[in-house]
Write a protein that binds this ligand. Structure first.
Ligand code: ADP
Ligand code: 5GP
Length: 188
C-alpha cells in the first residue's frame, strides 16, 4: 500500500494560497483536501463541508475537549482547527492530502507527522502588494483587514522554518513552482 503524504500550504492572508492550493487540487484529482473546522462566519462563495465545517464556539470547544483536533489556533478572534478524522482518512487510505492552514498549524502538523509532511510557504512580493490583494478580494472590513495585516511579520518569521518558500508575484509562475515541488515530493 502507498504511504500517505501530507502537503501543507501556508501564507499570510491574501497571499494567494487558496488560489494556488485549488489549482494544485485541480491538477491532481486524487489528492484529498483537509477540510478544517472553524467558528468564522461563512463567506458567500463558500460551501459547508467543502471549504470548512462551520461550527459554533461551543461545538468547536467540544471537539477540543474530545481530542478531535490534531491542532487548532485562535486566529483573528475565531477558532480554526484540523480534524483528526481528516488526517486519518488520508493516511489510512495512502492518499496525498493538501492543507491550507496557518503557519503555526503547519508546524504542528509536521511535528505530529514528521515522516510524511512537507511544508510550502507562499510569500507576498511585498507588504504593499499583499494589502492591495486583500483589499481587492473585498471579503474583510477595515478592522479585519488590519488584524490580518498585523500578523504578517510573525508569519514571515515562521515561514523561514518551512521546507520550501515560493514568492507569489506572477500567479502562473508561482503555481508552476509549487507544482514542481509537489511532483518531486509525491514521486519521492
Ligand atoms: P489567501 O488564501 O492566501 O488568503 P487568496 O487565494 O484568496 O489568498 O488570494 C487573495 C486575492 O489575491 C484573491 O483575490 C486572488 O485572486 C488574488 N491573487 C492571488 N495571487 C495573485 C497574483 N499573483 N497576482 C494578483 N492577484 C493575485
Ligand atoms: P480564512 O478565514 O482566510 O479562511 O483563514 C484564516 C487563516 O486560518 C488562514 O491562514 C488559513 O490558512 C488558516 N486556517 C484555516 N484552517 C486552519 C486550521 O485548521 N488550522 C490552522 N491552524 N489554521 C487554519
Amino acid at each position: 500500500m502507498n504511504t500517505g503524504k501530507l502537503i501543507v500550504v501556508s501564507a499570510p492572508s491574501g497571499c494567494g494560497k487558496t488560489t494556488i492550493a485549488q489549482s494544485i487540487l485541480k491538477k491532481h484529482p486524487s489528492f484529498l483536501f483537509s477540510v478544517s473546522a472553524t467558528t468564522r462566519p461563512k463567506r458567500s462563495a463558500e460551501t459547508e463541508g467543502k471549504d470548512y465545517f462551520f461550527l459554533s464556539r461551543g461545538e468547536f470547544e467540544g471537539k477540543i475537549d474530545q481530542s478531535e483536533l490534531v491542532e487548532w489556533e485562535e486566529i483573528y478572534g475565531n477558532y480554526y482547527g484540523t480534524l483528526r478524522s481528516e488526517v486519518d482518512r488520508a493516511l489510512a487510505g495512502g492518499h496525498v492530502m493538501l492543507f491550507d492552514i496557518d503557519v503555526k498549524g503547519a508546524l504542528s502538523i509536521r511535528k505530529a507527522y514528521p515522516e510524511v509532511s512537507l511544508l510550502i510557504f507562499i510569500e507576498p512580493p511585498s507588504f504593499e502588494i499583499l494589502r492591495d490583494r486583500l483589499q481587492g478580494r473585498k471579503t474583510e472590513d477595515e478592522t479585519m483587514l488590519a488584524r490580518r495585516l498585523d500578523r504578517v511579520p510573525m508569519e514571515l518569521e515562521y515561514g523561514r522554518q518551512f521546507n520550501h518558500r515560493v514568492v507569489n508575484d506572477n500567479l502562473e509562475r508561482a503555481i508552476e513552482e509549487v507544482e514542481s515541488i509537489v511532483q518531486s515530493y509525491v514521486n519521492s
